[in-house]
Ligand binder design. Sequence first.
Ligand code: NDP
Length: 265
Amino acid sequence: MDLELQGKVAVITGGSVGIGLAVAEGLAREGVHLALCARNEERVQARAGEIAQKYGVKAIGVQANVAQPGDVDRFVATVEAEFDAGVDILINNAGTGSEETIMDASDERWQYYWDLHVMAAVRLSRGLVPLMRKRGGGAIINNASICASQPLYYEPIYNTTKAALVMFSKCLANELVGDNIRVNTINPGLVLTPDWMKTATLLTENEPTTPEEYLDKIAKDNAPIGRFATPEEVADFFVFLCSPRASYCIGSTYYVDGGWLKVIT
Ligand code: NDP
């Protein structure tokens, strides 16, 4: 299938590792030019440079903390300067898990995750939609999580802010459908990114189990498929949803979770 993505421009937050990097590579393979951002400048610039070289697209890596409004403004201004003909795709991907109880977590902690998971998507959409209108339309994908509807007990702030991101996504879809901008959410399940490997290594440090065995047990206990997804398996779905071939997909939430969601929605 020709995904008709050649020559498009995509902005990806958190594009330097994990799911965001796999989406960046998947889009670049289809001929999409890229603006990636992350906090660690060296890593995001290195990955952008490698992708540009490997796929022959333009790819820039910009240091920005999307939880900070000033950084988001600077990132949007850089994108506008580098891609003055406009932008076609926005992937709000940057995010991370949490660990707390509601009774103990401070207001500051709630605010941080609200800024990271919700306000970043609000601010980037506000900043980049004018550049999408310039192109006559586009696609926005918000990367939430299965935890938005099936909470994990140890991360109530993550669950709550990701659920808010799903609702934001639905509202934005209704607001932008007349601009030919399709907004959707993807809710991944267990995806084997370096962050999971790090957690498993830490938790098994003085245990008889290896990190691999620890992760295998998590997958077998939770996902009916019995294993983690690779970032690439999830990224392929993002790439399709970005494509004009997904033209009737609007305002929906898609689970890519190996069967983990226990209810129908
Ligand atoms: P990783 O930790 O592997 O990568 C996160 C990316 O986001 C990195 O590029 C990181 O770079 C960047 N990032 C993190 N915080 C910020 C910030 N404040 N500002 C800008 N960039 C930031 O994460 P995953 O690939 O695992 O997850 C990506 C998204 O997918 C997240 O939103 C996560 O909640 C969601 N998800 C992941 C699942 C999984 O199993 N892995 C399951 C369900 C959802 P840097 O550190 O340099 O800033």
